[in-house]
Structure formats: structure tokens, C-alpha cells
Design a protein around this ligand. Structure first.
Ligand SMILES: [Ca+2]
Ligand SMILES: [Ca+2]
Length: 272
């Protein structure tokens, strides 16, 4: 009898232990000792296995759920990193698919799908083109202004969006071309998207060309750019909005962004 009670108590506590584990823990089964690019390649395997390309059109539908504002204004409008004002009323908002582009002449005309990693670099090929974790809803006009510039920091902007995103010459060092600087609130979000991209597509990225890239499958990004991403990742830690978006992302296309679940893996892979 005592044994039975013990068994019961044991199985009960095991059950409650496993239910306190985050759903994402079960998703990553890996050897704790993995570090550096071995860890990255293992993550590539995990996040590719169940990744299903849901197609480009489906993104507009899922954004109404994944990017609904429950964090900043809490009004359910779409969080657009290029127009969101975290501490003030948004300059304009988008709430329905009918406001997707379309033609635009100025900010607030319509929203479209912004490829954080420019789609011209991979010739708009699948599944990169419709990969939820680097394709975000954004104002069409600001998206056009960002063009396919790398991200960077800008001291003297030649153009500034309504929420303070900037275009201009890079001032963060290592690169002197034109860059796009998002507002502080989204610097980490963008860094983690690009680090996801570098991991998910490490088998292809060495063949592509862009000012951000160094032509390797391991480090992926040039030193100046990687330094910036690591800085932004630390400066702007994972937010509630990103966690929610990551969960919806998994229900949408089957995989997750590991750097939202485990921010420490960024340093474990790319830290020097
Ligand atoms: Ca908002
Ligand atoms: Ca953020």
C-alpha cells in the first residue's frame, strides 16, 4: 500500500514537473554541451524538420493574429515595427487585410510584407520568401525606403519615418554605405530574425551576395554586422510581443525561432 501511495505521489509530481516545462523545451532536444557552429547546425536541423511553407499569401491572414497589438497600445491593430510608437499613440494603424498594398505614395497608405533579409538576395525563392520569422507586416512606403539596405545605425539621417526609423550612412563602424536603423524597441527583434535566418538557411547562404554577408555558412554575417546584431540583441531583450509571435509562428508553419526561446544561444554560437 505504501509503495502504491509512493508511486502515486511520484507520478503526480513528475506530471506537474513536465507541465511546468515550457512547450518550447520539448521542441529542442539537444546535447547541452554543444557550442559554437555545431550548436547552430543542430538548431538548423531542428527548425527545418517541421517547417512547412504555407505560401506567401497566407502571411497576410496570420498577421492579424500574430502581430495584433496586445503589448503597446493594446488596440489589436497590427504591430508594424516601422510605424509603431511604443510610448505614444501610433501615427496610423492597420487593422484589416483590405489595407494591405496596393499602391502607396506616402506613409499610412497601406501595409505590405517586409523581408528583414531582403528577398532580392535569394531571388524570391521558397521557402525563404514566405518564412514568417523574417517576414513582417510593415508600412509599404517605409518598407520601400528601407529598400534592400543592411540594417545599421545612423547619426545623420537623410530620411526619417513617422516613428523615428532612419535611413542614412552607417555610423556604427566597419561599413560606410547606406543603412536603415529601426527604433530601439525593435532592434533586438530584427537581430533575432536575422540570426534565425542565418541558422535556418546556413546551407544556402554562403552562395548569396549582400553587404551583410561574409560568404560562409558558419558565421554568415560580416564582422561589423554581426557585432551590431549582438549589440542589438543584448540592448533590446526578448519581449512579450515576440514570445507571442513565436508561438503563433509555430502553429502557422511548424517551427520556432530558437533565439527568442533561448537568447543565450546567440552568445553560445557567435560570441567570441
Ligand atoms: Ca500599436
Ligand atoms: Ca524589442
Amino acid at each position: 500500500m505504501n509503495k502504491l501511495i509512493l508511486l502515486f505521489v511520484l507520478s503526480f509530481s513528475l506530471n506537474s514537473f513536465s507541465s511546468t516545462l515550457d512547450g518550447s523545451e520539448a521542441y529542442y532536444s539537444l546535447d547541452d554541451s554543444l557550442r559554437g557552429y555545431q550548436l547552430k547546425s543542430k538548431l538548423k536541423e531542428i527548425i527545418s524538420k517541421d517547417h512547412k511553407d504555407r505560401g506567401y499569401g497566407a502571411l497576410l491572414g496570420i498577421y492579424l493574429k500574430s502581430d495584433a497589438d496586445k503589448t503597446y497600445d493594446g488596440d489589436g491593430s497590427i504591430v508594424d515595427m516601422y510605424s509603431e510608437m511604443p510610448n505614444y499613440a501610433d501615427p496610423y494603424t492597420y487593422k484589416s487585410k483590405s489595407q494591405s498594398c496596393g499602391n502607396y505614395r506616402r506613409e499610412s497608405d497601406c501595409y505590405n510584407r517586409e523581408h528583414i533579409f531582403p528577398q532580392s538576395v535569394f531571388n524570391k525563392r521558397s521557402p525563404m520568401r514566405s518564412d514568417f520569422f523574417h517576414v513582417y507586416p510593415s508600412d509599404g512606403y517605409v518598407n520601400g525606403r528601407r529598400s534592400n539596405f543592411p540594417f545599421g545605425e545612423v547619426n545623420r539621417p537623410t530620411w526619417t519615418s513617422a516613428n523615428g526609423s532612419k535611413v542614412g550612412k552607417n555610423s556604427s563602424g566597419g561599413y560606410s554605405g547606406k543603412v536603415f536603423e529601426p527604433i530601439d524597441e525593435f532592434k533586438g527583434d530584427i537581430a533575432r530574425s536575422l540570426l534565425y535566418f542565418a541558422t535556418r538557411y546556413e546551407d544556402q547562404v554562403s552562395r548569396w551576395h549582400h553587404a551583410m554577408l561574409n560568404g560562409t555558412k558558419d558565421q554568415v554575417y560580416k564582422a561589423w554586422f554581426l557585432k551590431l546584431l549582438l549589440k542589438w540583441h543584448k540592448q533590446d531583450p526578448v519581449s512579450e510581443h515576440e514570445i507571442r509571435r513565436n508561438n503563433v509562428g509555430q502553429s502557422f508553419q511548424g517551427n520556432r525561432n530558437p533565439f527568442i526561446d533561448h537568447p543565450e544561444w546567440v552568445e553560445a554560437i557567435w560570441g567570441k
